[in-house]
Design a protein. Structure first.
Length: 513
C-alpha cells in the first residue's frame, strides 16, 4: 500500500478504517447506524468462493477444539502472604531487601486475588475463556516446605477451582512457579540440594491427592532457568530469588539439574496420586532460534543453533530426548552438572504435552565458521515492547513449536502455548479506558504465527495469554503491566483493556481478528 497523504485520509470512511485495523467484527459494540452498515456488507470470503485451504489461511480460523485461555501465577496475583497459614517464600524474603525489586514493591498484596478470586473468575467468564492456567503456592500447602500439610491452604484452591468449574472454566494447575518455601532455603539451600527434588515430589503428592478430584491438567514446573540460572550466579548478584552467589558455574548448573530431577519425580508423584487419568506437562521457556530466511541452509542453521540457544540443551533436551545435548555438554566442559546414574531416566518421563512460554527469539543464519551458524545481533532500533527483552518476533511462535516437533523429533507431542503476551505502557484515559493497541498489534501477529503452525500440521492444541491481569512482575515489581485487564493497585479496581475486548472477539469467532 502506498503512503496515504493526510488529504486522502479524510476520504476514508469509518467502515473502511474498521476493516483495515481488523475490527470489522465489533458490530455489536458500534452505534446502531454503523452496525447496520457493517451487517449489510456482503461477506467477502463467501463471495469469491475460496477453496478450503485458501479460506483457512485468509481467515485465520482455529480448529474447533482449540483451547483459548489466560495464565497467571500465585505469587504474582494472590497477596495474602501471611494469611491462611501460609509461610514465606524466597520471593517474600527477596522483595523485602531494599533495592532488589523496583520501587521496593513486594507481592504482599499484589492483586489481592486471594480475597477477590470470585469476581476475577466472573471476569474470566465474561472474557469467554474455557481454560485457565494458574499456579499453586507450595508455601500455602506445606508452609515449612516439607512435613505437615496446611489444609487451610488447600481449601483456598478448592474454592477457586470449584468457582472456575461453576463458570465452565477448566483448571490447568502449575505446581511450582518460583515461590520456593523459605524454610527449605534456610534448611539446605533449596535448589542447591537434591533433597529439593524429593521434597517437591512429596508436595506434588500432597496437592494431587487432595485436588486431583477437581483438577486433571497438571504442569510440574514453570521456566526452570528463572529460579536456577537467573537466581544463582558466580560473579554477580542474580536478579531473581533467592539471588544467591555460588562459587562455580557448575554449581549453578547443579541447581538446574536438581530442578530437572524435581520435574521427573514430580511427574511420577502426580500420576501415582491422581484418582483419575490426568495430563502432565512441563512448562519451558525455550530459546527460539528463527532462521533469517527460510532457505534450507538457514533452517538447518537455526536447528543446529537450537541446541545452545538459552538453556535448551540442558533442559528441554534431557526432558524430551533423555540426554543433555552433546553440543551443549561440549560447550560447558567442566561447568556441566554432575549427573548420577539413573538421573536421566527420572528426568525423561513420558509427558502428555509440553507447555511453551513464548515472548521473543533470536535470528540465526548459516555462516562459514566452525559451528556453521551465527546468532545475529538486532539493530539498535529493532521494535520491542515496553520491556527491554521483548523484541517483536512473531515468527518465534511458529519456530518454537516447529523446533519441538521437528528439531527434537517429538512430532506427536501435543503443544500448548502456556504464556504469550507483552508489557505495554498502559494509561487510563479520561474516559476511564485503556486503549492498548500496541498489545493488540503484538498479540495478533503472534497468534497468526501460531495459526501458521497449526495449518502446517504441527500439534498446537491451545493458547494461554499472559496475563489475565496486571500483576507483580518479579524484579520489575508493578512497574511493568502484562495484563489484558488493568489493575488499579490503589483501589484494586479491574478495568478490561481494549486487548481484553479484542481477545474476547477472537475467542468468540475462534480465529484471529
Ligand atoms: C515469564 O517469565 C514468567 O513465567 C512470568 O511469571 C512472567 O511474569 C512473564 O514471563 C513476563 O515476564 O534472552 O533476552 O530473550 C519470563 C522470563 C525473561 C525468561 C527473559 C526468558 C530471556 C531473556 N523470561 N528471558 S532474552
Amino acid at each position: 500500500m502506498g503512503a496515504v497523504t493526510s488529504g486522502e485520509m479524510f476520504k476514508i470512511n469509518r467502515r473502511d478504517l474498521l476493516t483495515w485495523v481488523g475490527l470489522g467484527s465489533v458490530a455489536s459494540s458500534l452505534p446502531i447506524a454503523i452496525a447496520k452498515r457493517v451487517a449489510s456488507q456482503p461477506n467477502a470470503a463467501s463471495d469469491s468462493s475460496p477453496t478450503a485451504s485458501q479460506k483457512l489461511t485468509t481467515t485465520y480460523q482455529f480448529p474447533e477444539n482449540f483451547f483459548w485461555g489466560v495464565a497467571t501465577s500465585a505469587y504474582q496475583i494472590e497477596g495474602a502472604v501471611s494469611e491462611g497459614g501460609r509461610k514465606p517464600s524466597v520471593w517474600d524474603t527477596f522483595s523485602a531487601i531494599p533495592g532488589r525489586v523496583e520501587n521496593g514493591d513486594t507481592g504482599a498484596v499484589a492483586c489481592d486475588h486471594y480475597h477477590r478470586y470470585k469476581t476475577d473468575v466472573e471476569l474470566m467468564a465474561k472474557l469467554g475463556i474455557k481454560h485457565y492456567r494458574f499456579s499453586i503456592a507450595w508455601p500455602r500447602i506445606i508452609p515449612d516446605g516439607r512435613g505437615k500439610v496446611n489444609e487451610e491452604g488447600v481449601d483456598f484452591y478448592k474454592r477457586l477451582v470449584d468457582c472456575l468449574r461453576e463458570h465452565g472454566i477448566t483448571p490447568h494447575a502449575t505446581l511450582f512457579h518460583w515461590d520456593s518455601p523459605q524454610a527449605l532455603e534456610d534448611l539446605y539451600g533449596s535448589w542447591r540440594s537434591r533433597e529439593m527434588a524429593s521434597d517437591f515430589a512429596d508436595y506434588a503428592t500432597a496437592v494431587v491427592s487432595r485436588l486431583g478430584d477437581r483438577i486433571t491438567n497438571w504442569m510440574t514446573i514453570n521456566e526452570i532457568p528463572s529460579f536456577t540460572h537467573m537466581a544463582y550466579a558466580v560473579d554477580k548478584q542474580p536478579p531473581k530469588a533467592p539471588s544467591t552467589r555460588v562459587s562455580s558455574l557448575k554449581e549453578v548448573w547443579q541447581t538446574c539439574h536438581n530442578a530437572l530431577l524435581a520435574h521427573g519425580l514430580g511427574c511420577q508423584a502426580i500420576r501415582a496420586a491422581s484418582p483419575s487419568s490426568c495430563s502432565v506437562a512441563l512448562v519451558a521457556d525455550i530459546g527460539v532460534t528463527v532462521p533469517l530466511t527460510e532457505s534450507a541452509v538457514d533452517v538447518a542453521a537455526a536447528q543446529q543453533a537450537f541446541h545452545t540457544s538459552w538453556f535448551n540443551g540442558g533442559i528441554i533436551f534431557p526432558v524430551l530426548t533423555g540426554a543433555y545435548s552433546p553440543v551443549m555438554l561440549e560447550k560447558l566442559g567442566a561447568d556441566a552438572p554432575a549427573i548420577q546414574s539413573g538421573d536421566l531416566k527420572i528426568i525423561h518421563q513420558p509427558l502428555d504435552s509440553l507447555g511453551i512460554n513464548n515472548y521473543t527469539g533470536n535470528y540465526i543464519r548459516a555462516a562459514d565458521n566452525k559451528q556453521g551458524f551465527e546468532f545475529l545481533d538486532l539493530p539498535k532500533a529493532y521494535p520491542r515492547m515496553y520491556i527491554p527483552w521483548i523484541h517483536i518476533l512473531p515468527e518465534s511462535m511458529y519456530w518454537g513449536i516447529r523446533h519441538v516437533s521437528e528439531t527434537l523429533g517429538r512430532k506427536n507431542l501435543p503443544i500448548f502455548i502456556t504464556e504469550n503476551g507483552c508489557a505495554a505502557q498502559d494509561e487510563v484515559n479520561d474516559k476511564g479506558e485503556v486503549i492498548d493497541t500496541d498489545r493488540i498489534m503484538y498479540l495478533r501477529q503472534y497468534l497468526k504465527a501460531a495459526h501458521r503452525a497449526i495449518s502446517e500440521g504441527y500439534p498446537l492444541k491451545g493458547y494461554f495469554l499472559w496475563s489475565f491481569m496486571d500483576n507483580f512482575e518479579w524484579e520489575s515489581g508493578y512497574s511493568r503491566r502484562f495484563g489484558i485487564t488493568y489493575v488499579d493497585y490503589k483501589t484494586q479496581r479491574r478495568i478490561p483493556k481494549a486487548s481484553f475486548k479484542w481477545y474476547a472477539e477472537c475467542i468468540q469467532q475462534n480465529r484471529v481478528v
